[in-house]
Design a protein around this ligand. Structure first.
Ligand SMILES: *Cc1c(COP(=O)(O)O)cnc(C)c1O
Length: 359
């Protein structure tokens, strides 16, 4: 089955405003965007239009009660101009998981993939071919009922827009282990990629940034003892014996990068352990000199080292400088996405005219 997408082209491309050598994260958007509406229990009115403002009612349900979810993914172009996506169906799966938690409708695969394909091919000139750069893609869904009362909306909008990016962080991170504020708690919505989780994290993040940190390293809401993640990325801790990452629970966002790293490292024979990791355990490794490396992982953040964490006012340096596992992982992912090495996990989708094809 195939959906019918109507297309209204931009009168003039905005691409001259975009300098691939000097990309500012999240400020310049491609020429077009995709939208469709959920009305009468059905997705309809699939359309690609020039990127621009949308008219909304002040009563829009999403603005008041926060039914709003999103995804983040990237398209990469190699030197031969081949465009790839990395595990796009995992993003769809997670979008639908978030939708279920927030009482929002499921989005069918054909809408997601055909919208992506058509939009990205139309704006393919915007995908930078420089290694490490990519086109960040933002699919999102929000409630559109014009109704004052608190209830799950009956109408929704799903949209996709995109913007060229280089890396999100350009330096290793300093993070503060958070003990006062909580990002997500048991039974809450931490495992959903919903807008409100970000709203909740902004104040503690601002406090940490005022003190010179890049990010908060969240701990569990109950004990403030077990590592969870940073604001937009999952976290890994490396010792000579194993690669550790917090085990998934309902207050953690199940990153696709996280899952890919676990699969990749295990395929290379490494001992990857998903478990509750207490901050005291990490400090113990630091004190015994076995804390080799820490990094965060996410689509926007890629794989970025943590050079220092602070806990109860004390700073702990993670001194890894050479032979970083994070650098190896990043290179392997970049090589996979640009088809330099074989895609043995079946993660890469090559974007082509008219059909989305697996390699
Ligand atoms: C999106 C996100 C991540 C990373 O997920 P990826 O699929 O790897 O991009 C991690 N934590 C939070 C809170 C997120 O929103």
């Amino acid at each position: 089955m195939s959906i019918k997408i109507t297309t209204k082209l931009a009168e003039k491309s905005n691409i001259s405003s975009f300098d691939p050598e000097n990309i500012v994260f999240g400020r310049v958007f491609t020429d077009h965007m995709f939208s469709c509406d959920f009305k009468n229990n059905q997705w309809q009115d699939f359309r690609i239009e020039p990127f621009g403002k949308i008219a909304l009612s002040p009563t829009l349900s999403a603005l008041h009660y926060g039914q709003a979810i999103f995804e983040g993914m990237k398209a990469v172009k190699n030197e031969d101009g081949v465009i790839t996506l990395f595990r796009p169906l995992e993003n769809l799966k997670r979008l639908n998981h978030s939708a279920e938690r927030m009482c929002m409708p499921q989005l069918p695969e054909e809408i997601f993939m055909e919208a992506l394909e058509k939009l990205l091919l139309l704006d393919k000139e915007w995908i930078p071919a420089k290694r490490g750069s990519s086109l960040y893609i933002r699919p999102f869904m929000f409630a559109t009922d014009d109704f004052l009362g608190v209830k799950a909306s009956e109408n929704y909008c799903f949209m996709i827009y995109a913007c060229p990016v280089s890396s999100y962080y350009s330096h290793p991170l300093k993070v503060r282990v958070e003990e006062t504020y909580t990002r997500a708690c048991k039974g809450g919505v931490g495992a959903a990629k919903c807008a409100g989780n970000y709203a909740a994290s902004m104040y503690p993040t601002r406090l940490a940034q005022k003190d010179g940190f890049d990010q908060v390293l969240w701990t569990d809401g109950e004990h403030h003892q077990y590592l969870e993640e940073t604001g937009t990325s999952n976290v890994f801790v490396i010792t000579p014996d194993a690669v550790y990452t917090p085990q998934l629970n309902d207050s953690l966002l199940a990153g696709i990068t996280r899952d890919s790293i676990i699969t990749l490292l295990r395929s290379q024979g490494m001992n990857v352990i998903e478990k509750q990791i207490s901050i005291n355990e990490v400090i113990g490794w630091h004190e015994s000199g076995t804390l080799r490396e820490m990094f965060v992982s996410g689509t926007a953040a890629t794989v970025t080292n943590i050079e220092m964490f602070s806990y109860r006012g004390r700073e702990y340096r993670v001194n890894a400088k050479e032979n970083l596992l994070s650098t190896d992982i990043l290179n392997t992912f970049n090589d996979m996405k640009t088809l330099i090495i074989p895609d043995k996990f079946d993660w890469i989708t090559i974007l082509q005219e008219s059909t989305i094809m697996h390699q």
